[in-house]
Design a protein around this ligand. Structure first.
Ligand SMILES: CC(C)(COP(=O)(O)OP(=O)(O)OC[C@H]1O[C@@H](n2cnc3c(N)ncnc32)[C@H](O)[C@@H]1OP(=O)(O)O)[C@@H](O)C(=O)NCCC(=O)NCCS
Length: 379
């Protein structure tokens, strides 16, 4: 039963509003814990893979060995883009950023999916898998086209992390890079009702299709308050330039009320557990390399933030350093977030459809009332 809007409390930014139930992901913002279907991400990062996390989020439980083998066969056995997609992306102006290209390309992909408009669980699961296969290929192919190179075909059976790096660089990636990218993909796979997921669920709640919902979610992820923050965090580190300049830079930002990218979160009131894990890998990747200064500068930024504010690091602080060390251009950081979050978005879309209710909140009207129309000549 809907209530009188005038009497309702307004929750600006839907802060702390519990909009529905979900059994996909749990965040304990006070303790800094993140669970996927009940499993702590700390354990998942150590023992699992991005592909198994995809299975877990979509099917709600871990697979048996035989189930997982079948799943991997169909997910990784035939990773292909429709040839027309490459031709389409060739037409994009060179000024099109990778995340914009991805948003358009995901929408266009639906035209080559005969099941694209189906919203039942069975087809939905297949579409989710196709999106998860194809989005990394789209991101890598567009970057190569932008650099004047031809796309590279993925190697069947190799992991998504491996094939993304392989298709991007056109050569076998070092094992440590594949491992760290896989960790990053595990860590970004889902995060409850974050902005992009909620947008995706909103679209799904109209019983529109999965491609439309994921396209809309990519649009939401693109913003610097959400998935765009990892690129901003790296820009900040380059702007600071060296560890000794970090303290002054951060103090100046705080004094001027400038938001420091990679810090703060709507839900966590302590350090984001994903930042804790990525910090470790960023250190491991950069140690003894020409990129070590980035890690050291980031540590100084963190130290100054913790001493001068109550704002903690989030997932976007260290991911960029990891990607940069793997020679991934900054414009691809948010698309990598999308590669991973596609699994979460699609799990949420399937959950939304499984017990759908149109998402349609109310607004408390604060505009004028009772105005009389004045003809244009008299205004
Ligand atoms: C993530 C974010 C949008 C959350 O926003 P929010 O829940 O609306 O919280 P607010 O922006 O109201 O911040 C609450 C307080 O913390 C401060 N704060 C939050 N994030 C901050 C940051 N990154 N740097 C400095 N101060 C920050 C705000 O200034 C505010 O202080 P005040 O109460 O004294 O005014 C915000 O923290 C932010 O913009 N972070 C930077 C971008 C980023 O890293 N995004 C990725 C998130 S995973």
């Amino acid at each position: 039963m809907s209530q009188n809007v005038e009497e309702q409390t307004v929750h600006i930014g839907l802060m702390d509003v519990v909009a529905s139930t979900s059994s996909i992901c749990f965040i304990d913002g006070q303790k800094g814990r993140l669970l996927y279907r009940g499993y702590d991400i700390v354990e998942m990062v150590e023992k699992s893979t991005f592909e198994e996390v995809a299975y877990l989020l979509w099917y709600g439980r871990l697979p048996t060995k035989a189930e997982f083998e079948r799943f991997l066969d169909s997910l990784l056995g035939d990773m292909q883009l429709p040839a027309e997609m490459v031709e389409l992306m060739r037409l994009f102006p060179k000024t099109t950023t990778p995340i914009e290209a991805l948003r358009t390309a995901v929408s266009a992909l639906s035209h080559w999916d005969p099941e694209g408009n189906r919203i039942d669980a069975e087809a939905g699961m297949r579409i989710a898998a196709r999106l998860t296969q194809r989005i990394p290929l789209l991101v890598a192919a567009y970057e190569r086209l932008r650099q004047g190179q031809e796309p590279v075909q993925p190697i069947p059976g190799k992991s998504i992390a491996y094939n993304f790096l392989y298709c991007l660089h056109g050569q076998e990636p070092p094992e440590l890079w594949v491992r760290v990218l896989d960790v990053a993909l595990v860590l970004h796979a889902d995060h409850e009702f974050n902005a992009s997921t909620f947008v995706g669920r909103g679209v799904a709640s109209t019983l529109s299709d999965m491609y439309s919902a994921v396209t809309a979610a990519i649009g939401a992820l693109k913003g610097p308050l959400h998935g765009g923050a990892n690129e901003q965090a790296m820009k900040m580190l380059f702007e600071i330039g060296e560890p000794s300049k970090a303290e002054a830079w951060v103090k100046n930002a705080l004094a001027n009320k400038v938001k420091v990218p990679g810090f703060g979160h709507r839900v966590y009131r302590t350090e984001d557990p994903r930042a804790t894990i990525l910090r470790r890998y960023a250190e491991q990747l950069t140690k003894g390399t020409e990129h070590e200064w980035l890690y050291q500068t980031c540590r100084e930024v963190e130290r100054t933030m913790l001493a001068n504010s109550k704002v903690f690091p989030n997932v976007d602080l260290y991911s960029g350093i990891c990607y940069h060390t793997m020679r991934v251009p900054a414009g691809l950081y948010t698309p990598i977030f999308a590669i991973s979050r596609t699994v979460g978005w699609t799990a949420h879309i399937l959950e939304q459809w499984s017990d759908n209710k149109l998402i349609r909140p109310r607004a408390k009207y604060i505009g004028p009332d009772g105005l009389s129309y004045v003809p244009i000549e008299q205004r």
